[in-house]
Design a binder for this molecule. Sequence first.
Ligand code: ATP
Ligand code: MG
Length: 283
Amino acid sequence: MDYRKKFLVEPGSRVHLDEIDPSYTGKQDEASARAIVQDRVERLQRLQYLLYAENKRSVLIVLQAMDAAGKDGTIRHVLGVMNPQGAYVHPFKEPTPEEAAHDFLWRAHRVAPARAQVGIFNRSHYEDVLVARVRDLVPKDVWSKRYDRIVEFEKTLAQANTHIMKFYLHISADEQLRRFKARLEDPHRQWKISESDYADRAYWDDYMRAYEAALEKTSTDRAPWYVIPANHKWFRDLAVSKIVVDTLESLDMQYPPPSVDIEEIKRKYHAAKDDAEAQTPRD
Ligand code: ATP
Ligand code: MG
């Protein structure tokens, strides 16, 4: 199954999140999905090594979702396997006073991945058309102009050889409540609960409309959105890992040729080895 096609938000198409089943697992069973994720995770490590070696392009992965939908879990199980030398996660929290004193893209652009790097945005510049819209943090006249700016910004990154993938992890309101309850009862997870989690639930439908608008207006060929059914964590990991690996494989990256004459260095190596052996006293 080509998840890059199945879960893609076709550029220019309408999105109705109510009609997308967050519990979807297709014909996949959990045990074989876990084995596939394991394989994809290993491939992802090799592909990131290649991206780093090739030193020609970068990758930006955007994760957006309601609270408890699994952004952290996706990072822990799938994306977090990458070598920290070439990959990083940037969480987008409420803007600091310095961030808030700039245009909304300033903080995103500063942390966009440099060549050979993979940047993972845990939340992103999309918060400025999601929470900002739903909670009336700025007037409509302000947030409504941001979609075009986002498309332009992502185009700028793409033209600088940044490959962009954006994931909306789609859970149901019921599943979110189940996960909140599990957090309430688990002393190791209680720290994750915040006031705003429950407050945001009251705006669930508004958030869905805001997500639909963002997905419709900003899914482009070079910065596509994928809507990932995420009620089942194992399926979420499967879908994300497959899409990321398939995308990186489609880039057909190549190791750069060595910058030195390998045959010459081999000759030197053998000569040095012969010398060392000649000098080693034998008993
Ligand atoms: P977790 O809860 O798993 O630790 P999180 O991403 O929810 O991860 P929090 O610190 O709970 O982290 O929440 C970050 C908060 O910052 C969210 O409520 C989000 O909506 C808010 N936020 C992010 N960007 C903006 C923004 N541009 N304007 C206003 N609020 C924002
Ligand atoms: Mg939170």
